[in-house]
Design a protein around this ligand. Structure first.
Ligand SMILES: [Zn+2]
Length: 147
């Protein structure tokens, strides 16, 4: 699908006959959700998903690679992976059972996003206002009584 909620220039192609055919063949060849399968679950897939985001690249849009996913995995685990986050499932004993690692690309993009937002927060914080210019209600009264 498109990059998680953000529309791309290729979104109209999901209505295309050729896409519907690709989707149908993918789901016939691989009818089970691959993420559920990794967790030892058997779930019917209903989504033909681009294994790597196509990012508007028409060749990757049509040629894949594709994976079959169920709606739940598509909207949760797959989304986390594309945001550069790990996905871990824990067993009843509290130990991790299955871990999925995001791609190197997704990790790099997340680090870039974090760096940008940190730089933004640093800039926002760096407004230096001398104490004398603060309204007096913010100034701590001095103990010796001088103003
Ligand atoms: Zn699934």
């Amino acid at each position: 699908m498109a990059t998680r909620g953000r529309p791309t220039v290729l979104d109209h192609l999901y209505q295309h006959r050729r896409w519907r055919r690709i989707r149908r063949l993918q789901l016939i060849a691989h009818p089970l959700c691959v993420i559920c399968e990794a967790r030892g679950r058997v779930t019917e897939a209903s989504i033909c998903d681009h294994a790597q985001p196509h990012n508007g690249d028409i060749n990757r849009f049509w040629c894949g690679p594709f994976v079959s996913l169920c709606v739940d995995c598509h909207n949760s685990a797959k989304r986390r992976l594309e945001l550069g986050q790990r996905v871990v499932w824990f067993g009843l004993d509290g130990l991790p059972v299955v871990e999925l690692e995001p791609s190197a690309d997704a990790i790099r993009q997340r680090q870039e996003r974090e760096a940008r937002s940190q730089a933004y927060r640093r800039r926002a914080r760096r407004r230096r206002i001398p104490l004398s210019e603060l309204p007096s209600r913010f100034a701590t009264p001095r103990k010796d009584g001088a103003a």
